[in-house]
Design a protein around this ligand. Structure first.
Ligand code: AHR
Length: 511
């Protein structure tokens, strides 16, 4: 599969401070907590656990969320939100109703709701991104949850919040106007015209209450939807001047395309983003608008579904069943790294992103009931990128041999991007190798007079199917890269097969 590749083949990346994509927005490193499976109950919240705090939140999970570097968390769904009544989750816990959650065929106990989530978000140090129900509900309920959350005092719902113990307003700025409303599986699924009108009316009313909100209109659930493109166009025709962002979602799965193409998933991610940008800009031209909208890539990840981890059915409506508890491989982590590269490369138009999800459900963090936590393989590229991508993203020019795939055409063997923190005088290069069998020599030419390596790590394993588990999540970790050479402004290193690599450099002087 590696046509033209061999031990001598060098891929080349040129990094020049003159060519900037955009600043690294902290919101690119968002995540997602949905009332789904064991993400909330038994995930972030587990009052009976020995490490739970006074509010029932697992402190070991909070520690890992901080270590992961998550900046923003989308809540409470996902498909769940389209049947959710937010007011079920406020007030005395013993008075809260139990409801059937149609999206995940589960029983929702409502032990955790808006106020608890905001307490957790403060403890985890993340910004909330709140989704509202535009499936079974509408403008009035959106205004209610906004008043409850953000009005300081003196109205029925702000006083209700205060009587529930949250004296200060929650100050939530970022709101998703529904979830995946293009999907026939969505409770309250709508045509683009129906959804566009509802989203516009909701946005207009919410802005009457608070003009400076940041609002996300639903884009397509994934680019393979038959309505992809037409959906965005019709929705944006209704909402363009009322929203700030349009959402994008995608999950990649090795089983669907085979390993070689799967490793090239970022090619599809790049194409998806470019198509949404093109549609946004087409509507902008049609409407002669000065506003340039961005993308909220608020669900992205790899998925490796296990048959024992699918939603319940029939008469079985359990509370917090183990659903979508995928176990990830080293190859999955490398693909996650490449998707982060794609998001960074589009930092000019992707203004927010959320890896789906955070704990237990297609997640980097896993909890064992009554026991400890463990890190999935996909934890590591996210944590490294969140910690080291700083300043501006530079338009890295990548020259690499390619290999053919049926799913995504010609895929470069090496992909890379770079960020430049001018104040700290540091450049970080993020690179993946998709070669399956042999190492590839990578040459990075940096347009600075002085270049010095601060650190270089590589994440790989001779067996790319290796998975972390509760018993062993440390056999494969990012390790110091061997033999990184610097000569003038050129850095050379060998990328192991199927690897994620991070090179941190100190740079100075004009090129
Ligand atoms: O993240 C899991 C589910 O995937 C979300 O609830 C939904 O929005 C998407 O289809």
């Amino acid at each position: 599969m590696t046509a033209g590749a061999g031990p001598d083949v060098a891929a080349r990346v040129v990094v020049d401070p003159a060519f900037r994509v955009g600043r690294v927005r902290p919101r690119l490193f968002g995540s997602f907590v949905e009332h789904l499976g064991r993400c909330v109950y038994g995930g972030i919240h587990d009052p009976g656990h020995p490490l739970a705090d006074e509010d029932g939140f697992r402190t070991d999970v909070i520690d890992l969320v901080r270590e992961l570097g998550v900046t923003m968390v989308r809540y409470p769904g996902g498909n769940f939100v389209s049947g959710y009544r937010w007011e079920d989750g406020i007030g005395p816990v013993e008075d809260r109703p139990r409801r059937l959650d149609l999206a995940w065929h589960s029983t929702e106990p409502n032990t955790v709701g808006l106020d608890e989530f905001m307490v957790w978000a403060a403890k985890a140090g993340v910004e909330p991104m709140m989704a509202i129900n535009l499936g079974t509900r509408g403008v009035a309920e959106a205004l209610d949850v906004l008043e409850y959350s953000n009005v300081a005092a003196g109205t029925a719902l702000s006083e209700l919040r205060r009587s529930n113990g949250a004296d200060d307003p929650h100050g939530i700025r970022l709101w998703c106007l529904g979830n995946e409303m293009d999907g026939p599986w969505q409770t309250g699924h709508k045509t683009p015209e129906e959804y566009g009108r509802l989203a516009a009316a909701t946005a207009r009313a919410m802005r009457q209450l608070q003009p400076d909100l940041e609002l996300v209109a639903c884009g397509s659930s994934f680019p393979g939807m038959p309505t992809f493109g037409a959906w965005e166009h019709a929705v944006l025709r209704e909402t363009y001047d009322l929203v700030d962002l349009v959402s994008a979602h995608i999950y990649f799965n090795e089983r669907e395309v085979g390993l070689a193409a799967y490793l090239g998933s970022a090619v599809a991610m790049d194409g998806f983003i470019d198509s949404v940008v093109a549609t946004i800009d087409a509507v902008r031209a049609e409407l002669k608008s000065d506003r340039v909208l961005g993308i909220s890539f608020d669900e992205w990840n790899v998925s490796r579904v296990r048959p024992e981890s699918v939603p319940p059915s029939g008469d079985d409506w359990p509370v917090a069943p183990a659903i979508l508890e995928d176990h990830y491989t080293v190859a999955d982590a490398v693909v996650v790294g490449s998707l982060l590269i794609s998001l960074l490369r589009h930092a000019d138009r992707v203004h927010a992103a959320a890896q789906a999800q955070l704990v237990n459900v297609i997640a980097p963090i896993m909890t064992e009931p009554g026991a400890g936590t463990w890190k999935q393989t996909i934890f590591h590229p996210f944590a490294q990128a969140a910690a080291l991508a700083r300043g501006v993203v530079l338009r890295a020019a990548v020259e690499s041999p390619t290999y053919p795939t049926q799913a995504y055409g010609d895929v470069p063997l090496v992909d890379a991007t770079a960020t430049w923190d001018e104040e700290a005088g540091e450049v970080t290069v993020f690179a993946v190798s998709r070669a399956q069998d042999e190492p590839l020599q990578l040459e990075v030419a940096l347009r600075w007079a002085h270049v010095e390596v601060v650190s270089a790590t590589t994440y790989w394993h001779a067996d790319p199917t290796w998975q972390a588990s509760a018993d062993d999540d440390a056999t494969v970790l990012p390790r110091e890269a061997a033999d990184v050479r610097v000569e003038g402004g050129v850095v050379r290193l060998d990328l192991p097969p199927i690897s994620w690599n991070v090179v941190r450099l100190r740079v100075a002087g004009p090129s």
